[in-house]
Design a protein around this ligand. Structure first.
Ligand SMILES: Nc1ncnc2c1ncn2[C@@H]1O[C@H](COP(=O)(O)O)[C@@H](OP(=O)(O)O)[C@H]1O
Ligand SMILES: [Mg+2]
Ligand SMILES: [Mg+2]
Ligand SMILES: [Mg+2]
Length: 335
């Protein structure tokens, strides 16, 4: 919970100097680094060290040079303030070197054997910077399968979001989704209400099924999704929000479909989907690639798939797969 206050505080007061551009031109902020350092530090403290493995998005490469020292000091203060605000770790004070080491313990390659934690410290950094949706996403892989997932969505309304409203118009926000393999998915508010079980939409009628996609057109082909939605007969306009908050929203039935079709050549990373996938699957949904194959999290840091990721309930999946196939064929023949 305290980690959420850390990211929420940074989102409200973000400065230009808190944002850097990575080598792939995507943004990273002091909150991404701070969140990764806190989660990594706490996991390593709590778990037996000989088998600890963390696959996480960020690394300390860009924080090592001279110009980054001021940023590193800000991250270190953020991490220490966050740990101090939680009674459990109040005695711990990390140096800048400790923070770099905590960030870099996320360099594991994952893979098919043993247990690996998978972390996206801020998923939807672009949404975070816009003041919109983002998520802190943590999952556990055991022998290549996701067995646990936690998805914190500090800006997701507690009430369902639909195609007709603006998610930022809700006043009560902050959802924590939690799933364990075989035990379902629960959600609670980030301020600690009792958890309740959630289920994906049970609609069999695509006309009443609204769909989610990325806010960022650079992350997913919006034209292709709208062609698929048209074929299915979906009436509502797409709901475009950032991050794995889409998986969270879908797990409680706010809409019935999630479509993600990256531009050619993009390779999906496991931390962008591991927590979201179990949250939806345990709520009764199905997550596959565009060909209907389950996602394989055992291949290392990347998901080994082409074309895209689609999510819906088991009733709608056959129709959705058919529409996806037809739209992809049309796209291929128009090239
Ligand atoms: N060109 C691209 N195509 C598809 N996904 C991309 C992308 N560039 C970045 N991403 C990924 O899309 C994620 C955000 O997804 P969404 O569009 O659903 O909000 C980013 O996570 P981060 O914000 O953690 O870097 C990043 O990993
Ligand atoms: Mg990123
Ligand atoms: Mg991400
Ligand atoms: Mg991220």
């Amino acid at each position: 919970m305290k980690l959420m206050y850390c990211t929420i505080k940074v989102q409200k007061a973000i400065l230009q100097s808190d944002v850097q551009s990575k080598s792939d031109k995507s943004p990273v902020t002091v909150a991404d680094y701070g969140s990764q350092a806190v989660v990594s530090f706490v996991l390593e403290r709590e778990l037996p060290s000989e088998s600890f493995s963390l696959v996480a998005e960020e690394d300390s490469g860009d924080l090592q040079n001279e110009e980054a020292q001021e940023t590193l000091q800000r991250i270190t203060k953020l991490v220490n303030d966050t740990l101090a605000s939680d009674g459990t770790y109040s005695a711990s004070s990390l140096s800048a070197e400790d923070v770099l080491a905590a960030i870099d313990s996320g360099k594991s390659e994952g893979g098919p054997h043993g247990r690996h934690w998978v972390l996206d410290p801020i998923d939807g950094t672009k949404g975070f910077l816009r003041g919109d949706q983002y998520a802190v996403a943590l999952a556990l892989l055991d022998e290549g399968k996701v067995v646990l997932g936690v998805l914190a969505c500090p800006n997701l309304p507690l009430l369902p979001i639909g195609s007709h409203d603006d998610p930022s118009s809700h006043d009560k926000v902050g959802c924590l989704f939690f799933s364990q393999v075989g035990a379902g998915t629960e959600v609670q508010s980030l301020d600690g209400s009792p958890p309740i079980k959630v289920h994906v939409s049970s609609t069999e009628n695509p006309e009443e099924a609204s769909f989610f996609e990325s806010f960022e057109a650079a992350h997913s082909l919006h034209d292709l999704s709208s062609s698929i939605a048209n074929k299915l007969g979906v009436k509502a306009p797409p709901v475009r929000i950032d991050s794995q908050a889409k998986y969270g929203a879908l797990s409680r039935g706010d809409g019935a479909i999630y479509l993600r079709f990256p531009h050619k050549g993009y390779r999906e990373k496991i931390w962008d989907h591991a927590a979201g996938a179990i949250v939806v699957t345990e709520a009764g949904g199905v997550v596959t690639d565009a060909g209907g194959n389950p996602l394989d999290f055992s291949k290392g840091r990347y998901l080994d798939l082409d074309t895209g990721i689609i999510v819906t309930n088991p009733k709608l999946m056959p129709m959705l797969l058919k529409a996806v196939r037809e739209s992809l064929d049309e796209k291929a023949s128009s090239l």
